[in-house]
Write a protein that binds this ligand. Structure first.
Ligand code: CTP
Ligand code: MG
Length: 232
């Protein structure tokens, strides 16, 4: 049996509604470098990849501004309406190159603070796994569940078995592609790769990651990401 290859898919076709800036947030500068370039480099420079594809939106005028667009290791394809559609587009781009047992890392374009140690641990811990898994951080706040449609607290939820899902998520190519395609065909909502794989009946493996691997979502996250990177 040949050693499975490792591929990278970066969904970068979002418009950044919650950030509300004049360009999609992945094209904002963070400590002098585009967020998208930081996210790509955080994986590309720290893993032995067979290839990398970035899913961008069809009318994206900013891709040419990236360092990544000039990097011969990086390819791009056109993403879709939802994040999952963009990931599917990336997986389809890999069709014919990636084998069913190859690994695919999926990493958000808006997550520029991935620590190389977390990436290395994710890859190491999943090497012999049949399905794959994800970086996740334990929940630290006390969690409340409210009464449906009300602001009253119904109960306190036990947080010991709860995790915040991060990226990269790393799955076998064949399993991930059919799980995402089936979810799309049946109109099931999936917000990350793991949820599609869970819905397909598998049990992804949690690899504990640093809580500061944040997704830049609202303007305040820019200052936070700047701070995190200053401490690397
Ligand atoms: N994404 C994508 N294709 C979409 C939607 C999102 O590739 N149709 C990507 C984003 O570019 C981002 C990642 O998925 O890298 C995580 O999504 P999110 O943080 O929700 O980004 P946006 O959808 O751009 O932001 P918002 O939801 O605030 O509009
Ligand atoms: Mg979104």
């Amino acid at each position: 049996m040949t050693t499975p290859k490792l591929w990278l898919v970066i969904p970068a076709a979002g418009s950044g509604q919650r950030m509300g800036s004049d360009r999609p947030k992945q094209y904002l500068l963070l400590r002098g470098r585009l967020i998208l370039d930081r996210a790509i480099a955080s994986v590309l420079d720290n893993a032995d990849l067979a290839g990398c594809v970035v899913a961008i939106s069809a009318d994206d005028p900013h891709w040419q501004e990236t360092e990544a667009s000039r990097d011969p290791r990086v390819h791009h394809c056109i993403g879709g309406q939802l994040r999952a559609d963009s990931v599917i587009a990336g997986l389809q781009w890999l069709e014919g190159q990636a084998g069913p047992d190859d690994w695919v890392l999926v990493h958000d374009a808006a997550r520029p603070c991935l620590h190389p140690g977390d990436l290395a641990r994710l890859i190491r811990e999943l090497t012999d796994h049949k399905v794959g898994g994800l970086l996740a951080a334990p929940v630290t706040d006390t969690l409340k569940k409210s009464v449906t449609g009300s602001d009253e607290v119904l109960e306190t939820v036990d947080r010991r078995e709860l995790w915040r899902a991060l990226t990269p998520q790393m799955f076998r190519y064949g399993i991930l592609k059919s799980a995402l395609q089936d979810a799309a065909a049946e109109n099931r909502s999936v917000t990350d790769e793991s949820s599609a794989v869970e819905q397909a009946g598998f049990f992804p493996c949690i690899v504990e990651g640093r809580p500061d691997n944040i997704k830049v979502t609202v303007p305040a996250d820019l200052a936070l990401a700047d701070f995190v990177l200053s401490r690397f």
